[in-house]
Design a protein around this ligand. Structure first.
Ligand SMILES: C[S@@+](CC[C@H](N)C(=O)[O-])C[C@H]1O[C@@H](n2cnc3c(N)ncnc32)[C@H](O)[C@@H]1O
Length: 382
């Protein structure tokens, strides 16, 4: 089968690597996602084990879409019985670009007409549309008058792992937190420290990697993915697969994982999030300034998502925090590694260290960067 895994802009290469590890073949990066092929297991593995994918789409077909009638004809030619089980509701989410039709709502309506007419002919009954909370989402993209239709096999955003019910200011999306960790090559075989941890997302994702807790396990067990409601879903095989994954979970991380923040309120939130994520036994939480000395002797990855200073007048303050943090890394963590997500090139410059890896990503409407530093002695720029 073929699938298209969507991701945050900039994460495509990392996601392609991850999907290859999950058994995908013919992996090809595209804008905001990755195309891949594989056996039926790939759909399961992409949902349950991918830390970077935002959603998994299964391509249904493409066709001309230059005018309202060709859109209707393209939709009418699809065998919708395969994707819309009897009695289930559906909705269409469209995006348009560089095409004669430039109204998403109008496009969705024409596609809906094609779906309804085809199903009425094939089944003798009209399927129901539920625009807010359908059983099945059909994703449509019209680009340069070419229409692509996909079945949303996820039905929900995969970054919603379920553990982060509370957050502090500017929490990092779970998938991007994992991109920081995987971009730095974190596998759980070293210690991890986030000294500005907020609601704890980076350390919690790191602990799940270290304990081999699949990010989509809870959602899968709750039957929350759309593919679990499809007509041809192999419930027995899927339950066996989940059981095998569960048997591989480690009760505790092997190395030290620490989250710290100067705001005691967010540390309490991080602790509760960790409990919900099943990693509370692996993480030590601390309330203090990043400059506080924490005993780290073993090989350590320091990860951080510092304040970006998005509001007017806050940029200089953010720069000085990052500059002080760069100095701290240099004096306390020589021989270790660091990975950060920063809101601009100016902030990368403020660290005062030369990155060994730089990944431009879109985050919080900013052209952000994931940067990785090898903190060997003499890595200071000036
Ligand atoms: C952008 S938030 C981190 C969000 C976090 N990654 C999450 O997902 O929730 C930045 C955090 O840095 C903390 N912070 C700012 N300056 C600090 C300092 N000097 N020492 C320790 N923490 C600091 C703030 O309290 C805030 O929680």
């Amino acid at each position: 089968m073929k699938l298209f895994a969507t991701c945050a802009p900039g994460v495509e290469e990392l996601l392609a690597e991850e999907l290859r590890r999950l058994g995908a073949t013919k992996v090809r990066t595209a804008s905001r996602g990755v195309e891949a092929s594989g056996g039926p297991m790939l759909l399961w593995r992409a949902h349950v084990e991918s830390r970077l994918a935002e959603r998994i789409l299964v391509p249904i077909g493409t066709g001309p879409g230059g005018d309202p009638d060709t859109v209707y004809q393209t939709a009418l030619h699809v065998d919708w019985k395969r994707y819309l089980p009897k009695g289930k509701t559906f909705a269409i989410d469209s995006s348009v670009g560089a095409s004669r039709i430039n109204n998403r709502v109008f496009l969705s309506q024409r596609i809906k007409d094609g779906i309804v007419d085809r199903l009425r002919k094939d089944r003798g009954e009209r399927p129901n549309v539920n625009p807010k909370n359908p059983d099945v989402w059909i994703r449509a993209r019209l680009y340069k008058d070419r229409l692509s239709l996909s079945w949303d096999a996820s039905g929900r955003a995969l970054h919603q792992r379920g553990y982060r019910r509370e957050a502090g200011v500017a929490p990092l999306r779970e998938t991007l937190a994992s991109a920081v960790l995987l971009g730095a090559g974190f596998t759980g075989s070293e210690a991890l420290l986030d000294p500005m941890c907020g609601a704890g997302t980076l350390v919690i994702e790191g602990a799940q990697i270290a304990q081999r807790i699949p990010p989509g396990l809870v959602a899968a067990k709750n039957g929350a993915f759309a593919f679990q409601k499809s007509a041809r879903f192999d419930a027995r095989g899927f339950a066996d697969y989940l059981e095998e994954l569960e048997s591989m979970i480690c009760p505790q991380a092997e190395h030290r994982l620490v989250g710290s923040d100067r705001d005691s309120g967010v540390v309490a939130i991080a602790r509760r999030n960790a409990e919900r994520a099943g990693v509370e036994g692996s993480i030590r939480w601390n309330n203090g300034d990043f400059s506080e000395r924490l005993p780290f002797n073993a090989q350590t990855l320091v990860v951080v998502n510092p304040p970006f200073g998005q509001r007017l007048g806050e940029q200089e303050r953010a720069k000085s925090v990052i500059k002080a943090f760069g100095d701290h890394l240099k004096s306390e963590f020589a021989g270790h590694r660091a990975a950060m997500i920063l809101g601009s090139n100016a902030l990368v410059g403020a660290v005062g260290l030369k990155p060994s890896r730089r990944l431009p990503v879109r985050f919080a409407k900013l052209d952000a960067r994931i940067v990785v530093f090898e903190l060997y002695a003499g890595s200071r720029k000036s």
